[in-house]
Design a protein around this ligand. Structure first.
Ligand SMILES: NC(=O)c1ccc[n+]([C@@H]2O[C@H](COP(=O)([O-])OP(=O)(O)OC[C@H]3O[C@@H](n4cnc5c(N)ncnc54)[C@H](OP(=O)(O)O)[C@@H]3O)[C@@H](O)[C@H]2O)c1
Length: 315
């Protein structure tokens, strides 16, 4: 199943070598007062991660760790633990106020920088050419990194044109490996395409079984812009983790509601960034590559769509 090649160019290939190393050895990393057991249960670590190939050729892991609302020691520990069990994509943003903690967790993990895929996002108040460049440097300093793998415009507000020009320049200088968008509607993306010289690689938007975003999903596929789902569990709203329809499907495969949700995203070729501060959940959320939802399951899940945001307070 992991060898499957999808029509939009998503490839299944070995993304990381070090996962196998973790699987073989239990490593204690006593740094900064933390002690992380890097691989407690070798059978539950992941040594390969399917990737999407972005429209500029960059490989992006299909599952990563979201870090919204993770702060301080919990954030540091969560990031380091996620990396220790096989995560390589870490998603943060300036507005989360946790880039320092994410950076500390990355350092603590001891994983070589080039095996990680780190995303951050430019917040609305920093929009504009010069301000974007400054905000980017601040993010890098806080993260303790030399470059970002992916930098996104967090919301389509403010001086989007000036922001995108700055991102294009940073990309052309090699400071960012890919640039993209978040929360852009199809018409807003169309407008950006009228003046951009670098095509966005990713659009990170709200998507989960209650807000399936069929129109955006089709549109992004057609434009060869990778769809990435934020809040892939709707942050647990509307009873997602106890939904009886998801539970019935999961029972057939001995999988949880969370795993059914993530598998559903994966089979739609959507990158996900589930957040967790619990190691058991992190491991569970990677354990979705040994089963496949059938067409009837996919159609049943399609009936859960409410076709509206579960976060009206953010609209
Ligand atoms: N671009 C944007 O505008 C935007 C907006 C929102 C979010 N995001 C990004 O998307 C990421 C994910 O979204 P989110 O943080 O809102 O929510 P989410 O990933 O949909 O859900 C997170 C919640 O699910 C729980 N959980 C995780 N795995 C579980 C499992 N296997 N079983 C049961 N519960 C589980 C977590 O609790 P535990 O900690 O107890 O596991 C947490 O309460 C964010 O962290 C952020 O990086 C981006």
């Amino acid at each position: 199943m992991n060898e499957k090649k999808h029509s939009n160019g998503i490839k299944r290939r070995e993304f990381m070598q070090t996962g196998a190393l973790f699987a073989a050895t239990a490593i204690f990393l006593p740094l900064s007062g933390y002690q992380i057991l890097a691989a407690q249960d070798s059978s539950k670590t992941i040594s390969t991660m399917p990737t999407a190939t972005l429209n500029n050729g960059l490989s992006m892991p299909m599952i990563g760790l979201g870090t919204h609302s993770l702060k301080g020691d919990i954030c540091v520990r969560s990031v380091a633990e996620a990396i220790s069990v096989g995560y390589r994509l870490i998603d943060t943003a300036t507005v989360y106020g946790n880039e320092e903690f994410v950076g500390e967790g990355i350092k603590l993990s001891g994983i070589p920088r080039d095996e990680l895929f780190v995303t951050s996002k430019l917040w609305v108040s920093d929009s504009g050419y010069e301000t974007t460049k400054q905000a980017f440097e601040t993010s890098l300093t806080k993260l303790g990194l030399e470059y970002l793998d992916l930098y996104l415009i967090h919301r389509p507000r403010g001086d989007v044109k000036g922001t995108w020009k700055a991102m294009e320049d940073l990309y052309k200088e090699g400071r960012i490996k890919a640039i993209g968008l978040s929360n852009f509607e199809p018409d807003q993306l169309d407008e950006l395409l009228t003046y951009s010289t670098v095509k966005p690689t990713v659009n990170q938007i709200e998507s989960h079984v209650y807000f399936q975003q069929h129109k955006a999903h089709d549109y992004l596929k057609q434009k060869q812009v990778q769809m990435e789902a934020w809040s892939p569990f709707a942050a647990g709203r509307n009873g997602m983790f106890t939904n009886p329809i998801l539970a019935r499907i999961g029972k057939k495969y001995n999988k949880s509601n969370a795993q059914v949700c993530l598998r559903w995203h994966y089979q739609r070729d959507v990158v996900t960034i589930p957040r967790s501060s619990q190691k058991a959940h992190m491991v569970e959320n990677l354990d979705i590559f040994d089963f496949e939802l059938n067409e009837a399951d996919m159609q049943t899940i399609a009936t859960l769509d409410l076709n509206r945001t579960q976060f009206p307070e953010w609209s």
